[in-house]
Every structure is written in C-alpha cells, then in structure tokens.
Ligand binder design. Structure first.
Ligand SMILES: [Zn+2]
Length: 155
C-alpha cells in the first residue's frame, strides 16, 4: 500500500463518517441513534489506525532510502578497494598495491578509515614511503646498504 492508497482510504472513511453524522440530524429512534454513534466511533478508530499506519509507512520509506544510500556507498567503496590487493613488500611493509598501472601503494591505515591515500616515496636509503594524510611511514623498498665513508687520516 502506498501513500496515495492511504489518502484515498482515509478520505473514504471521512465520507462514511460524514454520512453517519448526517443521520444523527434526522429524527430516528434512540436505539438506531446508538448504533449510528457506535458506527461513527468505529469509523473514527479506523481513521486513527490508518493515520498511524501512514506515519509508519513514512518512517519505513525514509529508513529504506537511508539504507539504499548506505548500500550504494558501501558498494562504491568495495569497487574502489577491489582495484588493490594487500601485499607484503620487499621491505616487509604490509600495504595495498594497485592492480593496474601506474604501480603504486596505498596506506592501510587510511583504508581502514575508508580513504585511499597513495604512499609517496621518501627517496631515502631506508626505502620508506609515507602517507601524506596520516603521516604513516612504511618500509616499501629494501633498505640500501650504508655507503662506505672513508676518512682521511692524514689531517
Ligand atoms: Zn595514511
């Protein structure tokens, strides 16, 4: 049942109630008048029940719309994350790696907050990449060996 059906049912009950109320203006036996008043009350009760059902329908439609939006956002996030796979890098960092070019890594900490942040190479010998959003640091590449520093002993 949709909102329009509720409105027409409500209008129908209002018309029936008005008709019954019209009878009370006529000269009729007290017994009949009692039955008419009882019918008026029952129609009023039906109107109230219908009104409450309509309110409940409104509430459920709103909840339904909210859930549809949430599911849409969830599916959209799932599609984005499906473009990555969780890997352990040479430097032993556990991060998400792109499945397509250009190859890149994204921050697992930010993924847990439903945000895709591409890790940037620090260009240091330690082989770490950093997340510009959360400042996380990840050893993606293998650390380069320390260069030999030779000191002159003749000074
Ligand atoms: Zn991050």
């Amino acid at each position: 049942m949709d909102i329009a059906s509720f409105s027409s049912a409500y209008s129908g009950l209002k018309i029936a109630k008005d008709i019954f109320l019209g009878f009370t203006d006529l000269k009729i036996e007290a017994d009949s008048l009692g039955k008419i008043n009882e019918a008026i009350k029952k129609v009023g009760d039906a109107q109230d029940a219908l009104f409450q059902l309509r309110e409940e329908l409104f509430r459920l439609q709103e909840e339904n719309n909210t859930l549809k939006t949430t599911i849409g956002e969830f599916n959209s996030w799932g599609d984005k994350l499906a473009e990555y796979e969780l890997v352990k890098t040479v430097g032993e960092a556990v991060v998400y790696k792109s499945k397509s070019d250009p190859e890149h890594y994204i921050c697992p900490s930010c993924v847990s907050k439903r945000s895709i942040q591409i890790l940037q190479d620090n260009k240091t010998i330690s082989g770490t990449y950093r997340c510009i959003s959360c400042n996380g640091s990840y050893p993606i590449r293998a650390a380069e060996p320390m260069p030999d520093i030779k000191y002159r002993s003749s000074w």
